[in-house]
Design a protein around this ligand. Structure first.
Ligand SMILES: N=CN[C@@H](CCC(=O)O)C(=O)O
Ligand SMILES: [Zn+2]
Length: 411
């Protein structure tokens, strides 16, 4: 059965030939077609163009999109949406003056979520997490990366990754799984870092590989968490199992971690709220994608990733939600795009590129996702009637999405 979308006011992110990402100045260009059609067969985009060239409607299901914008679904390359319970008490503690670091030092933060996760059954974690997955699909996300990292024990990490695998099996959204055993040091390893890293490398990784539970490996490279050398051990070990690195780095401090990530051929470096000129130099001429997480900056009041400086330096930039119970309890990519425009001074074109094709690159799926291209997955959003796509970030508090299609099906 074919599905034909007609009279589209403007079709965004159309790429005749596929590209894997956009960098620097190229990010300012968002190719579009006004008064367009889009033709879908089963899971795939098979044609698009101007209404003048629209195929006939015989034996096709037709949706009239008069006044509406159509664009690819968001590609959210950094989330932690599988977790147990919430951390709303820490939210109030922050309002009352405590910092993220102070909360973590009192046993809150990641260790708080790890305690809850280890006390909760796999089924219950699945039920809590599927609600969040369904919510982001309704908000226009068509591909998502989900990390472990709230287990911090062999059983806990495996439990999280099995939940991610089950979600991937039961939902049409494309899911990439990232093993984040190196998210924090459990209390009992506080003075024995190498002991915990040995556990990750010798116990967790072989089991994860045996069950084929992860696509990528991550670590929290940060002062007070994993050092450059400790993260390098994790990246090297992951590589032996075919897991490329996607690393949390430069969230609070710059300690030369980015250079190490580039050296180990990381697919992405994520956060980058604090970034030095040397970090930017290290990223130039590499294949490593920088990923900014503006909702996290918003929620815990830390600096925004300096997008303008990075784009001017010619770098590519992706946007992701960082959805997690501590620093970003929201997976809403519409808010991410709006916040990138409002706070990071990205143009709507740059932000949409960053949240679609560059987000796809940041999950290794830009062959199949992230643009309106023949042969790609039929993942797209139909908005409510809009004056122009500028209203997507401008009307930042409104729900502007009318319909979301993933694999050619309405979700
Ligand atoms: N910074 C490390 N990890 C998460 C936060 C984890 C948490 O606080 O639960 C992040 O990306 O912001
Ligand atoms: Zn994160």
């Amino acid at each position: 059965m074919q599905l034909l979308i007609t009279n589209i006011k403007e079709l965004l992110q159309v790429r005749e030939t596929n590209i894997e990402k956009v960098s620097g100045k190229e990010m300012a260009t968002l190719p579009t077609i006004k008064n367009a059609f889009l033709l879908i067969e089963n899971d795939y985009i098979i044609n698009f163009g101007e209404m003048n060239d629209c195929p006939n409607t015989d034996s096709k299901k037709v949706i009239d999109a008069t006044g509406k914008i159509v664009l690819p679904t968001w590609c959210d390359s950094h989330t932690h949406i599988v977790y147990a319970g919430n951390r709303e008490q820490e939210f109030v503690d922050r309002i009352n003056g405590l910092s993220y670091e102070e909360i973590a030092n009192r046993g809150g933060g990641i260790l708080n979520s790890a305690k809850k996760l280890n006390e909760t059954s796999e089924e219950e974690i699945y039920n809590q997490s599927k609600y969040r997955l369904e919510e982001i699909m309704q908000q226009g996300t068509g591909a998502v990366e989900i990390k472990s990292g709230y287990g911090l024990t062999v059983d806990g990490e495996l439990k999280m990754l099995r939940v991610i695998k089950k979600l991937a099996k039961n939902y049409p959204i494309t899911i990439k799984a990232t093993f984040l055993g190196a998210h924090a040091f459990p209390k009992e390893y506080k003075e024995n870092h190498s002991g915990y890293i040995d556990l990750i490398i010798n116990e967790m990784l072989p089991k994860i590989a045996e069950e084929n539970l992860a696509d990528y490996i991550d670590a929290f490279l940060e002062t007070g968490y994993f050092s450059v050398e400790e993260t390098e051990r994790i990246m090297i070990a992951g590589k032996k199992y075919g897991l490329q690195a996607k690393i949390h780095v430069n969230q609070f401090t710059a300690i030369n971690g980015i250079e190490a990530c580039v050296k180990h051929n990381a697919l992405t470096v994520d956060h980058l709220e604090i970034i030095t000129d040397e970090d930017i130099e290290a990223l130039k001429n590499s294949k490593t994608m920088s990923v900014a997480l503006p909702s996290c900056s918003y929620f815990i009041s830390i600096p925004y990733t300096p997008a303008r400086k990075m784009i001017t330096a010619g770098l590519p930039l992706a946007l992701a939600s960082d959805s997690n119970p501590g620093t970003t309890p929201s997976g809403n990519m519409n808010f991410v795009v709006a916040t990138a425009c409002i706070k990071m001074k990205m143009t709507p074109e740059e932000a949409i590129n960053a949240a679609t094709i560059n987000g796809a690159y940041a999950m290794g799926i830009s062959e199949t996702h992230g643009s309106i291209t023949k042969g790609k997955k039929a993942n797209f959003i139909i908005t409510k009637p809009l004056n122009s796509y500028y209203e997507l970030p401008y009307l930042f508090g409104s729900n502007l999405i009318e319909k979301v299609f993933i694999d050619g099906k309405l979700v």
